[in-house]
Each structure stands twice: as C-alpha cells, then as structure tokens.
Design a protein around this ligand. Structure first.
Ligand SMILES: Cc1cc2nc3c(=O)[nH]c(=O)nc-3n(C[C@H](O)[C@H](O)[C@H](O)COP(=O)(O)OP(=O)(O)OC[C@H]3O[C@@H](n4cnc5c(N)ncnc54)[C@H](O)[C@@H]3O)c2cc1C
Length: 489
C-alpha cells in the first residue's frame, strides 16, 4: 500500500525499492475493512468491480455484534449515517426522545434508522445514491477481501508504475554514526540497499523502528487484554452475508468474514484466561463449513511504538503498532499513516517539525481507536467468566470515561480532531452495549410527540422501502464482480 501510494502521488520524483521476503511471508490475516479503503482505491484509480472480483471480495455494510451485551443479544454497528438530523436537532436526540417516551421501543431500534443496517439484515446490497435526499444516500460500505490477493494486486499495480521489488531477507542494518539514521539494509545474499527514508513495514517484528532505532513499545494490554488469535478459514455455507460477524465468547471473541471462495474465521482471546487448545476447540466447534487447511496461531500485544517516526524511519502497519481487529482498523491505520506521510513528506535531513507532527497525529489516532475498542469490552452485562469480570472491573482511560459520562447524561457526543469513528458509530456501539442516557437535549422537545412520531415513522418506512428494492448481495456480486472462475478453488 505504501509503495503504491508513493508511486501514485510522488511519481518518479522518488525512487521506491520494496524489500520483502517470501520465506518470511506476511501475517496472512486482515480480511475486513472500513469504508475509507474506498478512498485509497480511488486514489490509485482502481476499478472497484475488477478489484472485488480479483480479491475474492464481498461487500461489508458493518459489523454484527453477537452476545456482546449478554448472551442472546445482537446489534449492528453499521457504516453510513443514522437517521436524519433536522435543521436544528441531531438525529440522536430525536431518537432518544422517542425511545425515552415510549414503553415498547422494539420497532424503534436504532438499526431501523440505518440503511446499511437494514440492508445487512435483509442480505441486500447496493451502492449509495448520490442525491442527498434519497434514503440510500446514507448507506456506506467497505469490503471483505483476501488480503494476500490484495497485496498481490497492489504489487502488480506498483511494479507497473516504477516500484522496484527486491526479494530477500534483511539480515543487518547499517546506521550513520552521528545521526544514527539508517543508511542501508543488508540482505542475505550480501547486497545492500541504501536509501534516504526507510518505511518499516516488517510487521510485528518492527525490524527498523523497534529493533534498530530502539523505539519502546507503549503497551495497552491492561485495557485490551486479548493477545492471541487462531485463524481458520472454512468452506462457504449459507447466504453470502454483506457484513462481518463478531461473536463474544468466554475469553474474547470470534470473527466470521464471508468471502466469495471461503469464509474467514478466527478467535481472538486472552492467553491469561484461555488455553490455545481450548480456543482452537471453541473456534472449530462453531465453524459453519468444512475447515480449510491448518489453523494458524498469532501472538500480539495491543499498543504502539512510542514514536512512529524516529530519525529517518517510519513504522507503517504492524511495525508501528496494533490494536486488535475488533473494528477492522489496522488496514485503515496503514492508509492514514501513508496519507500523513504524504502531507508531511520530509527533505533528506528529516530534521524539520514534520516528524513531531506526524508522531502527534499518529499517537492521537491510536488512542482514539483504542478508546472505541475498550468500550466494547467495558460496557457489557457479561460477568460469566473471569475474563469478562476483569473487563468490567478495569479502570478506563480519562478520555473514554469523559465520553461515556457525557453520553450517559443527555446522549451528547462530539467528534474531536478528525477522529475516525463518527458520532453515529459511537451512538451505535454505546446503545448496542447497553448504555442508555438518562435524558435528552432540551432542543428535541421543540417537536411535539405527535410530530416526532410521524417524522420517525416516515423515515423508517422510507429507508425500509428503498432497501427492499436493492438486489440480494450474492446476486449483486454475481452480476458485477464475481471472481474469475479459475481463481475459485
Ligand atoms: C488476528 C489478526 C486479525 C486481523 N484482522 C484484520 C482485519 O480484519 N482488518 C484489518 O484492517 N486488519 C486486520 N489485521 C491487521 C492486518 O493483518 C495487518 O495490518 C496487515 O496485514 C498489514 O500487515 P503488515 O504489512 O504490517 O505486516 P506483515 O503482513 O507481517 O508483513 C511484513 C512484511 O515484511 C517482510 N519482512 C519482515 N521481516 C523481513 C526481513 N527480515 N527481511 C525482508 N522482509 C521482511 C515480510 O516478508 C512481509 O512482506 C489483523 C491482524 C491480526 C493479527
């Protein structure tokens, strides 16, 4: 992704050499994305339908969270916007007033006001309408794809635009005496690749940023205790669902990601609370198709390198940090690191204030996403295992505590400093995880109960009608972006 973006934006003003090792390979997971990936693909000029076909992809309208609040409960965190604001009143306040004044709020569940959530429930898919007055203008989507195929796709794309790729394992790193800057990397065959700026995309090992530059790791595992995952794909079964499913379990959660040629599955768990064999069994027993290949075990820690840019080294992807995959944010973090680098591209000295600003923005972004993830673990009624009891007892970061307190009072939400997750995302997860504000904003009372009811019923019905007219997700894919037959194994 980095090589492709640099080739696209800086063209031949910068010579890019990508070093990677087939013997080491990639982490090999990461199949669910969020809507910002579409901006990245658009930047590269990638044809969306060809891309979905070539990566065995499917469309994602959000994430269904099952058993997170309590066993048997489910809700969707949808992409896109919820309801419609009036000129003076936010939709969230209208909805709060509605449900707070009504005994039976079942038909007014938040998801009934989201085009993406309704489409997910009905197994339908279509692209958003451009006309802002159309109910489907509020829908948004991302993709599920085979990350290995996406990387291969981007490699071909980049090589065609002048990126040089070197196959080989880096065994040593040369640094300049006084500055300590990295001057070159030495490969197993004895060759050296020198450069002015090094993007460390070496994965969890963090070869340049962590090992060479010695940037310490800021550990957040006391807030995000899951530190292992087992991934095991299985044969597709049932409808091709247009959403990711996350199911809470004894010591973590399981993911289910539907692709065209298979279903991706995994169990993310805390090794302090669950053994690997038991995690494997819990994953295996819940597969809805025949397993494909051997399970893969991954170890990680939640957190980030203190500075993501040190000297002339910038950590991108897992080399910079990792927040577990609950909200599919890692590929997005790669993308924002790249765009931040493009906006702050240094000269050869790397001595300007750009590095400081890059680090400031990166750390803030990590912390904001961290808070959103913690919310899922903390705000739950689950106390059935030691893992969930520990989550319930944890002390929150002040930033999250403040956000929850503000919401609990009158449902007020604010988005700070280009935060990734919108007020609607926070609303969906706060409500989904069982936090209902005590009141609502007085401004919502400017509408009478009858006016409000008529307005909200009309909105719900219009959304439902518009979504019902969309094709089924599987039919949309078959018509527009089916994978080439030879690629389906
Ligand atoms: C369990 C799990 C689930 C995930 N799910 C999602 C998800 O749903 N959505 C999402 O957005 N993200 C997800 N992620 C994160 C996602 O997988 C990564 O962000 C993404 O794959 C990018 O990884 P990377 O390129 O940083 O590292 P890697 O994929 O590990 O790539 C590292 C590269 O560096 C090369 N390399 C390493 N050492 C050397 C060396 N010595 N010499 C030469 N080359 C070297 C390797 O060959 C490889 O090409 C998940 C991660 C985990 C652990």
């Amino acid at each position: 992704m980095s090589a492709a973006a640099i080739a696209r934006l800086l063209g031949r003003t910068v010579a890019v050499t990508l070093v990677e090792s087939d013997a080491i390979g990639t982490v090999g997971v990461g199949e669910a994305t969020i809507p910002t990936i579409r901006d990245f693909n658009r930047l590269l000029g990638i044809d969306e339908e060809a891309f979905v076909g070539k990566t065995q992809g499917s469309f994602k309208l959000g994430i269904e969270f099952v058993d997170w609040l309590r066993p048997g409960h489910r809700y969707i965190h949808p992409f896109g916007t919820l309801g419609r604001d009036t000129q003076t009143i936010r939709f969230s306040q209208l909805w709060l007033k509605l449900v707070q004044e009504k005994a039976d709020a079942a038909e007014d569940a938040l998801g009934a006001y989201s085009a993406s959530a309704i489409a997910a429930r009905l197994g339908r898919f279509g692209r958003p309408e451009a006309n802002p007055n159309h109910p489907l203008s509020t829908l948004s989507y991302a993709f599920h794809f085979d990350a290995g195929l996406y990387a291969r796709y981007l490699r071909t794309w980049s090589e065609a635009r002048g990126v040089g790729r070197v196959e080989g394992r880096i065994v040593a790193v040369d640094r300049g005496g006084e500055s300590g800057f990295v001057r070159g990397v030495r490969l197993e065959d004895g060759s050296t690749i020198s450069g002015d700026l090094f993007l460390d995309c070496s994965g969890f090992r963090s070869l340049l940023l962590g090992e060479t530059m010695g940037e310490p790791f800021v550990d957040w595992s006391h807030w995000l205790p899951c530190d292992r995952a087992i991934a095991l794909p299985c044969a597709s079964a049932g409808d091709l669902l247009p959403y990711t499913r996350s199911t809470a379990d004894a010591a973590g959660w399981r993911w289910r990601i539907p692709l065209q040629h298979r279903t991706g599955n995994g169990y993310v768990y805390s090794s302090a609370h669950l053994g690997d064999d038991e995690a494997h069994r819990r994953l295996f027993d819940t597969l809805d198709g025949a397993p494909q290949g051997e399970p893969r075990q991954l170890r990680f820690r939640a957190g980030h390198r203190r500075n993501l840019w040190s000297g002339n080294v910038i950590g991108i992807g897992l080399a910079g940090g990792f927040l577990e995959p609950l909200e599919s944010t890692s590929i997005h973090l790669i993308q924002t690191a790249i765009s931040r680098l493009m906006l702050l591209f240094p000269d050869k000295s790397c001595a300007g204030p750009e590095r400081v600003e890059f680090n400031r923005q990166s750390v803030l972004e990590y912390a904001q996403i961290r808070d959103f993830l913690i919310l899922h673990y903390k705000a739950t009624e689950r106390r059935d295992t030691e893992f969930w009891q520990q989550c319930a007892a944890m002390t929150l970061p002040d930033s999250l505590r403040h956000k929850i307190d503000l919401f609990r009072s009158k449902g007020r939400l604010f988005r700070f400093q280009e935060e990734l997750f919108s007020e609607d995302s926070w609303l969906a997860v706060l409500i989904g995880q069982g936090i209902m504000p005590a009141g609502h904003d007085a401004v919502a009372d400017t509408l009478s109960a009858a006016e409000l009811r008529a307005q909200m019923t009309g909105l719900r019905q219009a959304l439902h009608r518009a979504v019902e007219a969309l094709p089924r997700h599987a039919d949309f894919i078959a018509r527009c972006c089916a994978a080439p037959r030879s690629a389906v194994s």
